[in-house]
Design a binder for this molecule. Sequence first.
Ligand code: ADP
Ligand code: ZN
Length: 287
Amino acid sequence: MVFGAIEAGGTKFVCAIGDKNLNIEKRASFPTTTPEETMNLVIAFFNDYQTELESIGVGSFGPIDVQQDSSTYGYITSTPKSGWQDFDFVGSLKKHFDVPVAWTTDVNAAAYGEYVCGEGRGKNSVVYYTIGTGIGGGAIQKGEFIEGFSHPEMGHMLVVPHERDSFQGNCPFHKNCLEGMAAGPAIEARTGRKGQDISETDTVWESEAFYIAQCVYNTTLILSPDVIILGGGVMQQSHMVERVRAAFHSLMKNYVRTPEMKNYIVTPSLKNNAGVIGCLALAKKEI
Ligand code: ADP
Ligand code: ZN
């Protein structure tokens, strides 16, 4: 008995096979190209496990349709990623594998991984953000994703500009939303350098922390979760989490008594595996 995981990112796909304890037995990664080419690699990866495969968990880039009663449930919908608009992801899997498929966003899957066996373990309410090429957020309440007509799009919340930041924002929809101001490409547009190549002492990190702190502030006021987990490439700046805690403190001014900072604003303990482990856990939950 094994479970399948597909972490479908806009840049790369990670597929994995895991056992009932969510230990990863096999893993492969390949770039996201056309749906045909990419899905052929996915199908080839799981083909060897046809007889033992119980279910598959998918965490996909989006936007995606998560409404069970919709005619386009399981589709990637209005993505700007060329070739993937209106792609029937779950349908194309079901053609090859006659097993239950759990279907959610990539960030919800990472949130679930952390909820089951990372920073959110034993907690009722967990919010996870990824701050990378884009910014996305997922929220879990007592084991269920928070959603209504669709999944959340928290990465596009509006933020107030930092007083010393003249950058106008680069979100194609909203310009100066959180993603437009604080995702990796915004850092690069401002400085001409990739985040990983910028020194810890650069002033860009001050405004970066201010934007992420606004996100944590808004999240705190709206949901009062037990923990807010900040993942993604940009959070690999090891000084960033402490900067965000300090900027959050300045914004909140003790209006809300949150849990202790070191337990409240944290980075994912599963690191790059949060998404894959979350997909395995969702696959297991599906049966
Ligand atoms: P993706 O969002 O594409 O799945 P990542 O979460 O790794 O992948 O995010 C990639 C973005 O994060 C890029 O814009 C990259 O420049 C930035 N990034 C990656 N590593 C770092 C780092 N150590 N410090 C700051 N930014 C980084
Ligand atoms: Zn936006």
